[in-house]
Design a protein around this ligand. Structure first.
Ligand code: ATP
Ligand code: MG
Length: 575
């Protein structure tokens, strides 16, 4: 097993043909039937190490690893490191960590740069066969010669150089005799092809740059289109999945393989993941990081896997989400709310409950004995009996949420207000008697009385209350910083920009709210970074990597669906 199964809907004992499928899986099933690759399924996940992986990559990863796994095949992790200018070891390391975190284990670990010698030898062969030539046109001139969708391109004046001259020049390009951008090696295909990718595409460019693995050995680097298919072929990849924008590159992918007579890997394109309110482009995400718009690649607002992890997402939630969205040949956009649904669903099952008060309001229970402390039993997870229970201290002075008290209650507000009785979760029934305000009119403390017979939260006479609120004991609570997040982009489509504006102008200025003085129950005092909780009635939270005993920091992963917020919205504003 290389990938834990996603979805979980696939019956383990059903024949592969009758399981829920998709068009790529169907191609593989067909190829297995016709024995096209002698029963082999070999895939690869080919990230360019120029940024951190994002949720879109998770879709590709689950597909590459998931399909190979289902059919007893293999998956390589291959770094597509053909652009030394933008690549760094930090990215390589983060990508490996993220793939592992998702629960995927690669068979082979490769780098396109491992193939530079072979790719060079193949380029020489193409020159010898009259299929490639050195062009002295500048990048700008090449672009002009390329033509348009409606007009054919023009041949370069250097297109018909002799094989000897091409070999000599290419050799000298490699030897470092020429400056960057002065010459390129191009495939000699067809300047009139209706497919622009086939109009003598560039195979190699000169770039005097140090490479993160090959150092200064090379000063010519292969282009993506020349490296990718041959790398697949070298690894005997059978099904090479990539996103739809490469569909028009497929004829070129096949052309190189055919001219070289090497193993015919098969490229299959699928729709890339787009999420509402989210940017999924490493280039743009890098800009957010470089400009300090977020706190780094793993900022919990980022759609990167490291950001989602830090925010509290589980690999299971991400895999279930990816399984549910499926793959197709048409690009659409998925609601961010759907991703949030899957993390709620997963955390509901596994996250222990705890009580935390984000915006504390002091409550004094006047008839509760001073200095008395009772240890109340609190259920750790109603969804998981095995999670057991814990003790939570109760005392005369508590904190509740400011939002759980109103001096003048709006319609349908059932929580604490003078004269009203509510339940304190796992505590007692309490009735509000009065509220004390300061000279500015702010609430300083709310006074209540409790019913000693209602311990644990039920009244012996069967009387009902309409609200249950959470609390922490003031003397026992632990201070915590809580970070609340909103969408990084307000617009559903962040790329929808006014003229003269940039996507970054669409950033939500209120995407991060820091609550410095929240109070959490004492059982959280030693919560390790990465530990996830449901704070009752507030949402799912995760101890941040900045968190340590004595200085707790929690990220809100996602809010619970808040029934009250919906009522309030309908009523058209806060009461
Ligand atoms: P970006 O545009 O974010 O830089 P990329 O396509 O350049 O993405 P690569 O590192 O080249 O990123 O991607 C590795 C693999 O992941 C490729 O096969 C690519 O097609 C796939 N991939 C990238 N983004 C998405 C996405 N949003 N949805 C699905 N697959 C994706
Ligand atoms: Mg790319």
């Amino acid at each position: 097993m290389k990938t834990p199964s996603t979805g979980g809907e696939n019956g383990e004992n059903t024949a592969p043909e009758s399981r829920p499928s998709n068009f790529i899986r169907d191609i593989i099933l067909d190829d297995l039937k016709t024995n096209k690759y002698a029963g082999r399924v070999q895939t690869r996940f080919p990230p360019e190490p120029n940024g951190y992986l994002h949720i879109g990559h998770a879709k590709a990863i689950c597909l590459d690893f998931g399909l190979a796994d289902e059919f007893g095949g293999h998956t390589n992790l291959r770094f597509d490191d053909t652009n030394p200018a933008k690549e760094e070891t930090e990215y390589v390391d983060s990508i490996m960590a993220d793939v592992k975190w998702l629960g995927c284990h690669w068979d082979g670990l490769f780098y396109a740069s491992d193939y530079f010698d072979q790719l060079y030898a193949w380029a020489v062969k193409l020159i010898q066969d009259g299929k490639a030539y050195v062009d002295d046109l500048s990048a700008e001139e090449i672009r002009k010669h390329r033509g348009t969708l409606t007009e054919p391109g023009k041949d370069s004046p250097y297109r018909n150089r002799s094989v000897e001259e091409n070999l000599n020049l290419f050799e000298r390009m490699k030897a470092g005799e020429f400056p960057d951008g002065s010459r390129v090696l191009r495939a000699k295909i067809d300047m009139a092809s209706p497919n622009l990718n086939m109009r003598d595409p560039v195979m190699y460019r000169i770039l005097h740059a140090e490479h993160h693995r090959t150092g200064n050995k090379w000063c010519i680097y292969p282009m993506y289109d020349y490296a990718h298919g041959q790398s697949d072929s070298l690894e005997r990849v059978t099904h090479s999945m990539c996103t739809l924008e490469f569909e028009d590159h497929r004829p070129l992918y096949n052309w190189f393989i055919q001219q070289l007579g090497i193993f015919p890997s098969q490229q299959i394109e699928f729709d890339r993941l787009n999420l509402t309110h989210t940017l999924l482009s490493k280039r743009k995400l890098l800009q957010l990081v470089q400009e300090g718009r977020v706190r780094g690649w793993d900022d919990p607002r980022m759609p990167t896997l490291s950001g989602l992890r830090r925010r509290g997402y589980t690999p299971e939630a991400i895999r279930n989400f990816v399984a549910s969205i499926g793959v197709s040949k048409t690009t659409g956009s998925i609601e961010l709310a759907m991703l949030e649904h899957f993390v709620r669903e997963d955390l509901n099952k596994r996250a222990p409950r705890a009580m935390a008060v984000l915006r504390p309001l002091k409550v004094v229970i006047d008839n509760y004995p001073e200095n008395q402390v009772e240890e109340m039993d609190a259920v750790n997870n109603p969804e998981d009996e095995a999670a057991g229970s814990r003790k939570v201290p109760f005392s005369r002075v508590l904190y509740i949420e400011q939002d759980d008290f109103r001096e003048v209650p709006p319609p349908k507000y059932f929580r604490l207000t003078p004269g009203r009785e509510v339940r304190l979760r796992y505590g007692y029934f309490v009735t509000c008697t009065n509220v004390v305000k300061n000279e500015k009119g702010d609430f300083v403390e709310v006074h209540c009385t409790y019913d000693p017979a209602s311990k644990g939260g039920n009244s012996p006479d069967g009387r009902k209350v309409k609200a249950t609120i959470h609390w922490v004991s003031a003397a026992h609570a632990v201070d915590a910083e809580v970070r609340l997040y909103e969408n990084l982009f307000l617009k559903e489509n962040p790329s929808d920009v006014e003229e003269g504006q940039d996507v970054l102008d669409n950033l939500n200025p209120n995407s991060l709210e820091i609550i410095a003085d929240a109070k959490v129950e004492p059982s959280l005092a030693n919560a390790a970074a990465g530990t996830r909780f449901q704070f009752e009635r507030l949402g799912y939270f995760c101890a941040d990597t900045d968190s340590k005993p004595g200085k707790l920091v929690f990220n809100r992963t996602v809010a619970l669906k808040d029934a009250w917020a919906r009522v309030e919205k309908k009523q058209g504003g806060k009461g």
